[in-house]
Design a protein around this ligand. Structure first.
Ligand SMILES: C[S@@+](CC[C@H](N)C(=O)[O-])C[C@H]1O[C@@H](n2cnc3c(N)ncnc32)[C@H](O)[C@@H]1O
Length: 224
């Protein structure tokens, strides 16, 4: 069978989605509502949503912090892995995105488990640290790519030892250029070298191309 690289990636993703990550009405509706409202189509694909779901479940997470809500699609996948008394707090800059996400989470029956905080994530994170917000079991970074390193510094103190720091969009062609230090590469370098983190990047399929999710287990309170 002779397939182009694009066809191969699309086929792999379709296979994973069909086998393990079929969308139900709430997930399909969330995607459609976001599209209708003109939000960019940059939510994680279903296959990665399921990966996030499994990671959350695997450590019995009760508290999740998401940075970058968009229309709430990844929030639905993760919040569904929480127990009924669990909580996901999602930080979003755009009021309009937060409104669509609020509706999507309501339609998914998750309003009681998810809280969206509108504002620049770094400001929200600073407020959370000052307020002594209880620690999180999972942090998922998926906002502006240039901010990832700052989000790591600001969010790591809010993550419990044994918790997972997850970062989307961490594998693209720029990793092949050793002279390029843009986008999420500074984050990846810092997380990989951090003494408190045990890290790996797992490839994640995106329709026709490959991206990645960096998974870092917090193993101590060591300072970077
Ligand atoms: C890639 S989308 C998030 C996708 C979402 N996690 C999903 O998979 O369904 C990135 C989101 O981050 C938001 N964002 C960008 N800069 C931000 C900032 N400084 N603080 C908070 N949110 C920000 C954008 O408005 C956008 O909604």
């Amino acid at each position: 069978m002779s397939l182009s690289q694009e066809e191969r990636v699309m086929g792999y993703d379709a296979y994973i989605t069909e086998l393990c990550a079929k969308e139900d009405e709430a997930l399909r509706g969330a995607r459609k509502r976001a599209e209708k409202a003109g939000l960019p189509a940059i939510a994680v694909p279903a296959s990665e949503g399921k990966l996030l779901h499994v990671l959350v479940r695997s450590i019995n997470a009760k508290r999740i912090l998401e940075i970058g809500t968009l229309g709430g699609y990844s929030a639905i996948w993760m919040a569904r892995a929480l127990p009924s008394d669990g909580k996901l707090i999602s930080l979003e800059l755009e009021q309009r995105h937060a409104e669509i996400a609020t509706e999507n989470l309501k339609q998914a029956g998750l309003s009681d488990r998810v809280e969206i905080r509108v504002g620049a994530a770094l400001d929200s994170l600073a407020t959370m640290r000052t307020a002594n917000e209880p620690l999180f079991d999972v942090v998922f970074i998926d906002a502006d790519k240039s901010g990832y390193l700052d989000y790591l510094k600001a969010a790591l103190p809010l993550l419990r030892v044994g918790g997972l720091m997850l970062a989307d969009n961490t594998l693209s062609d720029i990793v092949l250029d050793r002279t390029n230090h843009e986008r999420t590469k500074p984050y990846c370098a810092a997380a990989a070298a951090h003494p408190a983190l045990l890290s790996v990047i797992t490839p994640a399929l995106r329709d026709d191309h490959i991206d990645g999710l960096m998974i870092s287990l917090k193993i101590s309170d060591a300072q970077g």
